[in-house]
Write a protein that binds this ligand. Structure first.
Ligand code: 6R9
Length: 623
């Protein structure tokens, strides 16, 4: 049975039931906000959906265009029954994103002396301030070096660099030349790097002397401590129509310049309520879409000052993030639930050593945020002053699709985005409902295709429900009585215990309410009687002990919060959880551990493969 078809059997109290609480940010925090109140937001949203031509033309006016669009702003077909799927935004328009986000800041907006990045190295002794003037100069140097190496418009360039300024220089140099960058997390193995180079048919690899590069052909000394190695692969690639290609993500998702530029810029401005005196910090890696959009393109398009951090949150001490917030006076902070849960493990004390009063907006992305983590973020990090903005989006959508009202965790759509909820028969559900999250129209930032694979593009995103874009990974959402959306997880994160639908996120939220639990991940396990039962992995806070009493307490907690039907059958102590480099828990791997399936397939996206062995060795056998 498809999980979305049984939503009436839901045993989980809905978020609108009595235990709901509303938290308000401090008065006076947003006196000069771009959108003064929610009604003003709704008016803008209405214009974006009812008069999209005018709306996007107004937004486009803020940018430099070498050539204006030759036809309508937006043309598309979302219906596989009516022919090929396509999305065209500002067709025929020509611009250069690098010029828009760098040269204009320096030459037209007089921001040359403004800091673009406070770079903070892994070691607190390494740091550097980079102004817009310096950024532009370094990007030009890099572009010239790439050109000398033969890089031309349309060439694909693989970039394999840690979070150092050269990473930004190189990606913008590609954009300047019109080359396509394909950024690979510096933590990926040489095999994964090689696969990605072949997938995107890259002809150049840019890497640093301290990454494990598998082949070194050309060496270019970037600065004294970091060498750039540029490798010309043997693959001869077919030339692509250069003017439209901007970048390929790790998944092969293809984005184009115009829509991407407008959308990252606009979402950055409105979602974080960006102002010129802000210091903004997104802790993501640039190798993840979040870093592309919200460390590089979105902030620079707005002339923002950002922190660029090479390190990890707990080195050389567990207060490192808070120390950096104090050091640079960060006002807008954007991170992932996984980082929040990690830092919660160490309690309040590490934060109390620093002055966090500069903060005024907190953002989260990557996974549904559990209430425990939300409250800690709001209460301990934001000191009950800052709104927590939950941004749901995907590599495919480029930018924020939904964001929360400043005082709520449920979300409403961003400009141009028109969500709908369908059951598994593709029927649209009205009013309060839960089902597949789909979108009825494109917005400028939506993906344009899968690199070199129209068939995969159509089958992954458009074939399931003709006429709608469906999030490829099957996100499930609930619309509440006020019309807000709650992302409850993905289809494969739902389980069906004796005919009752449960979302793993809700069980995880119950488990993480226990004071000893830092993080939890729940997967389904086949069960002879119940169909499926719950297998839970829990990571404990520092110095907490995993024992039978704790297990009983956890089972009781879930029973009380959700109901006896959700009582876990298995609870395993997990010193660490398998996660992607962007911090998403790999539930597929956990399911296989729970089922003792040793053939785990491709683990190349796993941040730390060692945790898998540990979890296998400690798995719970059937009772
Ligand atoms: C930006 C990013 C996309 C998938 C997406 C969804 C999940 C991301 C979320 C969220 C609930 C949020 N996701 N943000 N789920 N609430 N705020 O994460 O891109 O790596 O492509 O992943 O992540 O399931 O479909 P990407």
């Amino acid at each position: 049975m498809s999980p979305v078809s049984v939503s009436t059997n839901r045993v989980v109290p809905g978020p609108q039931e009595p235990e709901e609480k509303t938290y308000h940010p401090s008065d006076g925090l947003f006196t000069d906000a771009h959108v003064p109140d929610f009604d003003a937001y709704l008016a803008l949203y209405k214009k974006s959906t009812e008069e999209p031509e005018e709306f996007w033309a107004d937004v486009a006016q803020e940018f430099y265009w070498k050539k204006p669009p030759s036809g309508p702003m937006l043309q598309y077909n979302f219906d596989v029954n009516k022919g090929n799927i396509y999305i065209k935004f500002m067709e025929g328009a020509k611009t250069n994103i690098c010029y828009n986000i760098l040269d204009r800041n320096v030459h037209e907006r007089n921001l040359g002396e403004k800091v673009a990045y406070y770079w903070e190295g892994n070691s607190p002794d390494h740091h550097q301030n980079i102004t817009y003037n310096q950024l532009l100069r370094n990007v030009c140097r890099c572009a010239n070096a790439l050109k000398l190496l033969g890089v031309k418009k349309g060439d694909r360039v693989a970039i394999y660099l840690p979070m150092i300024p050269e990473l930004v220089y190189t990606m913008l140099a590609c954009a300047r030349i019109g080359a396509v960058h394909s950024i690979v997390f510096a933590g990926f193995s040489s095999e994964s790097l090689c696969e990605r180079i072949m997938d995107a048919q890259c002809n150049i690899l840019v890497t640093a002397g301290n990454t494990k590069c598998f082949i070194k052909v050309e060496v270019w000394l970037f600065r004294l401590t970091v060498c750039l190695l540029v490798y010309t692969a043997h693959t001869v690639c077919t030339k692509q129509c250069a003017s439209i290609h901007s970048f390929i993500s790790v998944q092969g998702v293809l984005h184009t310049v115009t829509g991407y530029m407008l959308y990252t810029s606009l979402t950055f401005k409105y979602v974080f309520d960006y102002h010129h005196d802000d210091v903004y910090w997104c802790t993501a890696d640039i190798g993840w879409i979040t870093g592309h959009s919200y460390i590089t393109y979105g902030p620079l398009a707005n002339g923002a000052t950002s922190v660029l951090f090479e390190g990890v949150p707990v080195y050389p001490h567990v207060g490192r993030l808070w120390e950096i917030i104090e050091k640079y006076g960060v006002s807008k902070f954007y991170t992932a639930p996984t980082a929040i849960r990690l830092l919660m493990k160490y309690g309040r004390e590490p934060l109390q050593r620093y002055d966090l009063s500069s903060l005024c907006v907190l953002g989260t992305v990557g996974e549904p945020i559990n209430p425990e983590a939300w409250l800690w973020y709001y209460d301990v990090v934001g000191q009950q002053r800052c709104p927590v903005i939950d941004t749901f989006w995907q590599t495919e959508t480029v930018k924020h699709l939904q964001l929360s009202k400043p005082n709520k965790t449920q979300t409403c759509p961003f400009f141009g985005v028109q969500p709908a909820i369908l059951n598994e028969h593709g029927e649209e559900l009205e009013g309060e409902a839960e089902g597949y999250l789909v979108f009825r129209k494109p917005w400028p930032g939506i993906m344009r295709g899968v690199y070199g694979n129209q068939e995969r593009f159509e089958s992954t995103y458009f074939r399931k429900f003709p006429g709608f874009y469906v999030t490829g990974d099957g996100n499930v959402a609930m619309r509440d009585q006020d019309g807000y959306y709650w992302i409850t997880g993905r289809i494969d994160d739902m389980l069906n215990v004796s005919g009752h639908l449960l979302s793993t996120a809700e069980v995880e939220a119950a488990l993480t309410e226990h004071p000893s639990v830092a993080e939890a991940a729940v997967v389904s396990q086949p069960h002879a009687v119940k169909g499926e039962c719950l297998y839970c992995f829990v990571t404990l806070k520092d110095h907490k002990e995993f024992n039978r009493t704790l297990m009983e307490e956890l089972k009781r907690k879930v029973r009380e919060k959700i109901g006896p039907i959700a009582t876990p059958d298995f609870i395993q102590n997990a010193p660490g959880l398998p996660k992607t480099r962007s911090g998403k828990i790999m539930r597929r791997v956990l399911r296989q551990i729970a089922r003792n399936e040793k053939d785990l397939g491709d683990l190349s996206t796993l941040a730390d493969p060692k945790v898998v062995e540990v979890l296998f060795s400690q798995r719970c056998e059937a009772a």
